[in-house]
Design a binder for this molecule. Structure first.
Ligand code: AOS
Ligand code: ZN
Ligand code: ZN
Ligand code: ZN
Length: 415
């Protein structure tokens, strides 16, 4: 369905009529949706690799500058992102000041810095048997130092967050000493935290499996929260939507973490099975909506401040144009947020108190089943974005232009 101004206006006034009665103001919704910004990871701009091959679409960014160009374009079209999340050593800036200036000229800031102690990229000691948890103290030290370097790079760019994801764990029973691995991780994280500026936050990811399949050192939110507590109050738990066993109630995890002010932020993506890293909202949009319901509820009821939470996409795959994919993901996140804002929370609370199970479900469904596309579009247009970013991207033949400029075989820089 192509965009028409008349249809847009009709849809928007229908929404105002529908929700005006319950005291929800469309203008307020538009300003909330407009203000909500999600960071894009530098690694999502090229086709992700798999062991079966890598099918580049061509015209991928060849260096950090070109990655920033792509994110600047996304920002201009969607008005839903204003920051990039970098991965070191994939994105080491040659000239930090020049990179910072270029990003600023595109309206892009530097969100969380990601360290990498899950690959061997030429460092002296191998991470084959783990990094922050390694049985060998000199490997742990090397991994700590890498994180400290990432903090330094982040400081030079104006970032204020460090995201740590560990591949550490074991593939076979007996391979690792569970408690020693945990203890080593705790001490390493404490050393990293001590090297962080006082206004920085440490975001600690968890993941139940992959690349290790028998045990991972930080398998779940509880272990991550326990480590964060031992490390310091600016260490909090990062929820990557793909890092759960099937059917885990992620919205409950979000609520529990907010209850303890332990939610650092998100890596948005979607999945059918595990860490599939598919486009956010493509598989389980209802789950995403329920997560936003908890976020809005937790912030409104002052469990944890909305502003203390970081929002990032972490997706990467093989089949779509990465820029088109990110346009879709940003749109899906905005839709889930907008729908969650439509929930009649007073009525929901009443249903909960009265044990009206059917009523509670009706309240949630009424919001979820509402078509909010005109609302999200209006927010974007009012912010200076494109009414239909995807149609614009295609009609302007942007990928073709990128291929002409960067080449058919250009692949995203990295390792
Ligand atoms: C890995 O599974 C995690 O999601 C990390 O966030 C990782 O750093 C990111 O996917 C880039 O490799
Ligand atoms: Zn992640
Ligand atoms: Zn992941
Ligand atoms: Zn993932």
């Amino acid at each position: 369905m192509s965009y028409s101004q008349e249809f847009h206006n009709k849809s928007l006034s229908l929404l105002a009529d529908q929700f005006g009665e319950s005291g929800i103001s469309i203008a307020d919704l538009i300003s909330k949706v407009s203000a909500f910004q999600i960071a894009v990871p530098s690694w999502a701009l090229g086709a992700g690799g798999t062991r079966f091959g890598r099918f580049s679409i061509g015209g991928e960014p060849r260096n950090l500058e070109e990655k920033l160009d792509d994110i600047g374009l996304l920002a201009r079209l969607t008005k839903k992102t204003d920051a990039v999340s970098l991965h070191i050593p994939w994105d080491i800036p040659q000239d930090a000041e020049a990179i910072k200036q270029k990003a600023a000229s595109l309206g892009i800031a530097f969100d969380a810095m990601n360290s990498n102690t899950f690959q061997d990229y030429g460092q002296a000691l191998s991470y084959k048997m783990g990094s922050l948890s390694n049985a060998d103290a000199s490997v742990r030290q090397q991994a700590v130092e890498h994180n400290l370097q990432v903090i330094e790079i982040g400081k030079s760019l104006g970032s204020k967050d460090l995201t740590v994801w560990l591949a550490d764990g074991s593939n076979f029973p007996g391979q690792a000493h569970f408690r020693k691995a945990l203890q080593g991780t705790q001490e390493s994280l404490q050393a990293i935290y001590a090297g962080m500026p006082a206004d920085w936050k440490l975001l600690l990811e968890y993941k139940p499996y992959e690349p290790n399949f028998y045990h991972t050192v930080i398998p779940d939110w509880g272990t991550s929260a326990m480590l964060c507590r031992q490390v310091g109050d600016r260490a909090k738990v990062l929820v990557d939507l793909g890092h759960h066993l099937p059917n885990t109630n992620i919205e409950q995890i979000v609520a529990t973490l907010m209850h303890q002010e332990m939610l650092a932020g998100f890596h948005f993506n979607d999945s059918k099975y595990g860490d599939d890293d598919l486009s956010t909202g493509s598989i389980k949009p209802y789950q995403l909506f329920l997560i936003f319901c908890e976020l809005i509820g937790g912030a409104e009821e002052q469990a944890q401040a909305w502003e203390s939470i970081s929002w990032m996409i972490d997706a990467s795959h093989n089949t779509k144009d990465p820029i088109e994919d990110l346009i879709q993901a940003l749109e899906s996140i905005a839709q889930a947020y907008a729908k969650a804002l439509l929930v009649d929370r007073a009525k929901l609370g009443q249903c909960q108190r009265e044990g009206d199970v059917v009523g509670a479900q009706e309240v949630l469904q009424a919001a979820f089943l509402t078509d909010v596309r005109s609302l999200v579009r209006e927010a974007r247009v009012q912010s200076g974005g494109e009414a239909d970013p995807l149609a614009f991207y295609r009609s302007e033949k942007i990928r073709e232009k990128l291929i002409a400029k960067r080449g058919k075989d250009a692949t995203a820089s990295g390792l």
